[in-house]
Design a protein around this ligand. Structure first.
Ligand SMILES: Nc1ncnc2c1ncn2[C@@H]1O[C@H](COP(=O)(O)OP(=O)(O)OP(=O)(O)O)[C@@H](O)[C@H]1O
Ligand SMILES: [Mg+2]
Length: 506
């Protein structure tokens, strides 16, 4: 439901809106289980879609998928429509389904280099020493222009590092063989769990999230995340990677009439739970800077305290569903949640939080020049799409009818570090004179010394952009630290340095 640049969230004494122009100032939806968070997310997503704003959301329990089908007039929602004086209008929304495992939607793949050492280290659960070695390995690959696409590239690279330890120690710093072994074991474990599928080509082009349908409605991208929930690090790494991709790919746009994309992070506590400091800092920076790229980020979690203070402070649009207050710890959380709102003299925020009914929430959104509205006790509007999961045949049909059908579905194995290192070994094993007579000494040398720029960029992979090497990036980063006044450049340097994706260039 939408009225001139606003999304109707629900009704207090007056209608409560989310202002599209301020929707890139991020948001937060919180509340105990079963209090109405997912339905609120659905109401927001539908509003954005109607306004032509594409959405990305992870579907933790599968119950968001129903948004692709028209609402079926379930009693609580028809009743809610009456309570707040709107028509109950069933409608279906354009949805593209995604699935890291490629079962319930298009597969989402990243390349190893896009994921970057920081997120990989988290995914592999590496300690500091191992992470340091991974960083070195990645630099070695870059210096040789070996494209790092899939996990077998990474494995081949680690083997190379172990075999060339003395040279690498001398040039880059100590890479202890037993630590490399530990990384390799982690890698093997992930491969045994099927992680090969997540790395490779065609890697996700994040712009495919930013589509509208023929009627101009924003596509709602839904990531099947039911299985991912059991693998919080995988979930967190991929979602953060997507955010960093958005950040790197999108130009600076300043304030727009409406966001270019809205990104919902459900079960947001998984991103922050025992995340190391540098990662938290990176998330904080990305959230702060991505706003000016026209992306709104909405965290959904049980308790506002799940989100670090520095991130929380940046989430302008708030919907707080009920919290329980049985234990002193609960009570403390309720108090903390209450304190984040601009108080309304008409009632006690703290008390209201514990008294809210299902589908009822405390709402405060940004208004005017970006000040938070006074908190209001609000009945959340009913969604127009179905609430609950799609039936299996319906989902299959939606996947079959996807506008992106065929683009990502089959993996492509291109020549990359694994193949180049294998070739190099093969050449080294050949008797010198044979190689000299067939390809000349120059050819032999070249193949031993590595593929060179030409071959690396030749496999500059499917996304229509050239990749920069880490070295180039480092040089560029150094240059940008001189020109620290320009927002975009700082942003890019931060991401390259902190989230550490190493081979992005424009
Ligand atoms: N706006 C609403 N109007 C009417 N009923 C609602 C509304 N929001 C939620 N409900 C009712 O509450 C139920 C649970 O809502 P929802 O699934 O959104 O809870 P949740 O907070 O996401 O729970 P969980 O933490 O378990 O995921 C809905 O199926 C619906 O019956
Ligand atoms: Mg839910």
């Amino acid at each position: 439901m939408i009225a001139d640049g606003k999304i109707l969230l629900g009704k207090s004494a007056k209608p409560e809106y989310l202002t599209l122009k301020l929707a890139n100032r991020h948001g937060l939806v919180t509340g105990a289980t079963g209090t109405g968070k997912t339905v609120t997310l659905q109401v927001m997503a539908e509003g954005f879609s109607n306004a032509g704003v594409p959405v990305f959301a992870a579907d933790i329990k599968g119950d968001l998928s129903g948004i692709a089908a028209a609402g079926d007039g379930k009693a609580p929602f028809v009743k809610r429509a009456q309570e707040i004086g709107v028509d109950y209008t069933p409608d279906r929304f354009p949805v593209v389904f995604w699935d890291l495992f490629g079962e319930q939607g298009h597969p989402i793949r990243a390349t190893v280099s896009e994921m970057g050492p920081l997120l990989l280290a988290r995914l592999f659960e590496l300690n500091d020493v191992q992470e340091g070695i991974l960083n070195i390995a990645v630099r070695v690959a870059d210096d040789h222009s070996w494209p790092m696409i899939d996990l077998k590239d990474l494995r081949a690279l680690l083997t190379y590092c172990a075999e060339s330890e003395p040279e690498i120690d001398a040039k880059y710093g100590n890479v202890a063989k037993n630590s490399i072994g530990a990384i390799q074991r982690q890698l093997l474990m992930l491969e045994n769990q099927g992680a090969q599928a997540f790395f490779g080509e065609p890697a996700l082009d994040i712009r495919d999230f930013m589509r509208t349908d023929r009627d101009g409605r924003g596509i709602i991208n839904i990531l099947a995340a039911d299985k991912l929930m059991a693998r919080p690090r995988l979930y967190a790494s991929f979602l953060l990677w997507m955010l960093s991709e958005l950040f790197e790919e999108l130009p600076e746009v300043g304030d727009l009439d409406k966001p270019k994309l809205v990104f919902f992070f459900d079960e947001a506590h998984l991103l922050f739970n025992d995340a190391p400091r540098p990662l938290l800092e990176a998330v904080e920076q990305v959230v702060r800077l991505i706003r000016s790229k026209g992306v709104g980020v909405y965290f959904v979690t049980q308790n506002p305290l799940d989100v670090p203070q520095t991130v929380l402070a940046q989430l302008g649009n708030r919907v707080q569903h009920a919290l329980r207050a049985f234990t002193p710890r609960d009570q403390k959380a309720v108090r903390a949640a209450a304190e984040t709102f601009r108080q309304n003299p008409a009632f006690s925020t703290e008390k209201a939080i514990t008294e809210l009914g299902v589908g009822e929430a405390l709402v405060s959104t940004l208004e005017g020049n970006g000040t938070p509205s006074m908190v209001e006790r609000t009945l959340i509007a009913p969604p127009s799409g179905r609430v609950g999961p799609l039936a299996e045949p319906e989902r299959k049909e939606a996947v079959r009818a996807s506008p992106l059908r065929g683009k990502y579905d089959a993996a492509v194995d291109t020549d990359s570090a694994y193949e180049m290192l294998a070739k190099r070994k093969e050449m080294a094993a050949q008797p010198a004179q044979e190689a000299a007579s067939s390809g000349g000494l120059g050819g032999l040398l070249e193949s031993i010394l590595g593929g060179g720029q030409g071959s690396a960029q030749g496999s500059g992979k499917g996304k229509g952009r050239q990749r920069a090497t880490v070295t180039e990036t480092v040089v560029r980063t150094a240059a940008t630290s001189v020109a620290r006044t320009v927002g975009t450049q700082i942003g890019r340097a931060i991401l390259r340095g902190v989230l550490g994706s190493m081979t992005k260039g424009r």
